[in-house]
Design a protein around this ligand. Sequence first.
Ligand code: AMP
Ligand code: GLY
Length: 427
Amino acid sequence: MKLLVVGGGGREHAIIRKLKENPQVTEIHALPGNGGIASDAVCAPIAATDLEGVVDYAVTHQIDFAVVAPDDPLCLGMVDALAQVGIPAFGPDKKAAIIEGSKVFAKNLMKKYGIPTADYQVFTDSKAALDYIRQGAPLPLVVKADGLALGKGVLICQTAQETEQAVHEIMDQKIFGQSGSQIVMEEFLTGPEVSVLAFTDGETIQPMISSMDHKRALDGDQGLNTGGMGTIAPNPYYTPQVAQVCMETIFLPTIRAMKAEGRPFKGCLYFGLMLTPKGPKVIEYNCRFGDPETQVVLPLLKSDLLTIMQATVSGSLAETPVEWRSDSACCVVLASGGYPSSYPKGLPISGLVEGQLPGSSAIVYHAGTQLKEDGTLVTAGGRVLGVTAVAPTLAEAIREAYAASDRISFQGLHRRSDIGKRALEAI
Ligand code: AMP
Ligand code: GLY
């Protein structure tokens, strides 16, 4: 079988490494891929958002099955475009991807179907939003741009002044472009966060092993929000009791709601949850695998990934086993100095041989790397590498991930030194 993976980050690398375990897979192509994915797949410089370019490539290379991993091509309708030329693809169609593409849609869906989430208001003009703040809206307030904003569209505001500024920036100055033409203002929730990715064919939902992201740039959850600086799985806060509550009050109701709205969701649905004192609530939905959650979840998957992905497309997930190892995993992200603000690119990376660490059982997932023509590997993004270790206990997985990442260097390398610390305290 010839596969195509659309995307080029650490998440896509983890998906490709897992897909390769299936002996029926003869070829994997990645668009655009990256310097490390190039060791595992044929990469071509076509942007993940280039619908026509990707479809042409898939037809020319006689792709049997595609996986669309990032949010923007999914929201643009990449799965629909591939289906039109007869290529089955893993991921939601455009109609279902709106669950991530519009926060207003997601919030209204949850309200309509009684799915627990933060209380909220929607505003389509800044004047009404400012009036709401000035009339004494409860603080802190969370201001969210409606559309996709590279994971940066959420501002947590402690004071009325900060909230007003957030509204100005998003709605008037359009710092997130058209994504900010509507906003959601919502109640600030507290509690441990859990990421649960789930396979679904629109009817059946099979949650994956839970994980915990570390979104802030600096140790102790300080600094700016990032795409994610590291992850651990499973998440110790997500007990079997919590899982059952989530299944009954969140996962199944969401799948049924999407179906009832005429938008059946197929693919991977990501539930960003907060375990509040009043029970689990949805912070966000994503229409795709998380990054770097995938880098700790997929190494723990015992079953064949391609078979499960095909079952989400054909609607046979109920008959498809999805089994997990009882180990733990930790992924430490190595980022460029300055990330998530501006950072340099093109710096040589040392310590890797063909993109991996010889003699180590840790896996190095490439996120922002580029392989130069002379064979040198250089940095090419904010998050550069994700180093994942799997071990019988979380403590060992953390130790091994850090020991492995100690062997890698580039100028300005930044990583958090406390990935998994909070989880260990909960065990
Ligand atoms: P998101 O981009 O939606 O994942 O939001 C980024 C982060 O902001 C989340 O992981 C939470 O830590 C935080 N956040 C979002 N919404 C809320 C909320 N209503 N209350 C507290 N924290 C929130
Ligand atoms: N790690 C968070 C996300 O993928 O959205």
